[in-house]
Design a protein around this ligand. Structure first.
Ligand SMILES: NC(=O)c1ccc[n+]([C@@H]2O[C@H](COP(=O)([O-])OP(=O)(O)OC[C@H]3O[C@@H](n4cnc5c(N)ncnc54)[C@H](O)[C@@H]3O)[C@@H](O)[C@H]2O)c1
Length: 255
């Protein structure tokens, strides 16, 4: 395999599960020196076989966001790439039934977590005059999502943070982009499908089919289909791509 990230220091959050764990293996396969962050201590078992450093931390906590960057600099002396992937879905419910505590919880992880991540990742990148940040948003960061209003709001915030940061740091040689996947086969999607199934008294398979009726390709994504775009977005030779919210959604937001 090509060693596109050979020797580069990559910070990746939400690495214990789903897209983050798949991305960790893909970056490691291309030679990256990884620091993997997650609230779930299971991140240690993802990191160990990859020779990566694991940090158990909450991305919504500013001290933790500062410390995770310090851990990267301590281990590798530099931070070339940051992927702010950690996120939560939350229960599906109409906006009028979302408790304010649930709204705040989703915004804290998905929106504040990305804000805090970039706040502390950017200074060493600015000092180095180079770097790439990828924030994992969602197709629900580009269009509305009924019964997922807080999630969609948080992901629209990620897109706004991404475009604004890209404008601020482009002249420092730093690229900032967002990735907007639609439904992808991870535990987060399975929890969502279970919620729909319970509400409608149908199987998870039927709930998934109901969810996918709006997707032109009529299927969910495999994690690998999203991960290859993560690598492309962050690749050191991808030098003119910044400020974008890139949809990988089987056509969902095209129609
Ligand atoms: N799976 C999908 O259908 C889908 C679609 C669009 C966008 N996304 C986004 O992709 C990203 C990855 O999701 P996934 O599908 O792999 O879900 P996942 O639940 O499998 O993984 C998310 C990871 O984030 C971690 N995490 C949650 N809160 C955290 C916190 N406060 N601090 C640190 N880590 C925390 C979890 O422990 C978990 O390991 C998320 O931002 C999600 O919103 C997923």
């Amino acid at each position: 395999m090509a060693e596109g990230f050979a020797g580069l220091s990559v910070l990746l959050t939400g690495a214990a599960s789903g897209l983050g764990a798949a991305a960790a293996r893909a970056f490691a396969g291309q030679g990256a020196r990884l620091t993997l962050v997650d609230l779930d201590p299971g991140v240690e078992s993802v990191a160990a076989p990859l020779g990566a450093r694991a940090v158990v931390a909450d991305v919504s906590d500013e001290a933790a966001a500062r410390d995770m960057v310090a851990a990267v600099l301590d281990a590798h002396g530099r931070i070339d790439v940051a992927v702010n992937n950690a996120g939560i879905g939350g229960a599906m419910a109409p906006l009028t039934a979302i408790p304010v505590e649930e709204f705040d919880r989703i915004m804290a992880v998905n929106a504040r977590g990305v804000f805090l991540g970039m706040k502390h990742q950017l200074p060493p990148m600015i000092a180095a005059g180079k770097g790439a940040i990828l924030n994992v948003a969602s197709a629900a960061g580009l269009v509305g999502a009924g019964r997922l209003a807080a999630y969609a709001a948080s992901k629209h915030a990620v897109v706004g943070l991404t475009r604004s940061a890209a404008d601020e740091v482009a002249r420092h040689g730093i690229r900032v982009n967002a990735l907007c996947p639609s439904f992808t086969a991870t535990p987060l999607f399975e929890a969502m499908a279970d919620g729909i199934a319970e509400r409608h008294g149908v199987s998870r398979g039927d709930a998934t089919a109901r969810t996918l009726s709006r997707v032109p390709m009529g299927r969910i994504a495999a994690p690998g289909e999203i991960v290859q775009a993560m690598l492309w977005a962050c690749a050191p030779d991808n030098t003119f791509f910044t400020g974008q919210a890139l949809a990988l959604d089987g056509g969902l937001t095209a129609v």
